[in-house]
Design a protein around this ligand. Structure first.
Ligand code: FES
Length: 120
């Protein structure tokens, strides 16, 4: 039986998941951009689970790959300071100009030491 450590709650649509990175690709607290079937996606290893989210800040498109996590799942955009929870996409602290939109996230799961992402 495959090793699954998943944030996916719908196990019936297994065909939508694509291999994204090996589980040793990032240390806990790190983020990066990976290619998912030609689409750049940001991934994060929270130490508890893997999260996937849009690679550019939804405020003004600042790249977010490589920005370290804070307090487990929080990521602070280096441009204007918006803080997002990468596990939900929620903006938990507005930018320094008062913007507070959320980011888009993607479902993840781990199968046989490979992080998989669904873009659906
Ligand atoms: S570009 Fe990220 S908060 Fe402005």
């Amino acid at each position: 039986m495959p090793d699954t450590n998943s944030t996916d709650t719908n196990s019936t649509d297994t065909n939508s998941f694509v291999d994204a990175a090996p589980t040793d690709y990032l240390e806990p607290g790190e983020t990066a951009i990976v290619d998912v079937d030609g689409t750049p996606v940001a991934i994060a290893n929270t130490g508890e689970k893997w999260c996937a989210f849009q690679p550019m800040c939804p405020h003004q498109e600042t790249p977010l790959g490589g920005v370290p996590l804070m307090r487990g799942t929080l990521l602070r955009c280096p441009e204007h300071g918006s803080v997002f929870d990468v596990s939900t996409g929620e903006c938990v602290l507005p930018s320094n100009d008062g913007w507070s939109g959320n980011m888009h996230t993607f479902r993840t799961r781990v199968v046989d030491d490979v992080v998989q992402i669904s873009l659906d």
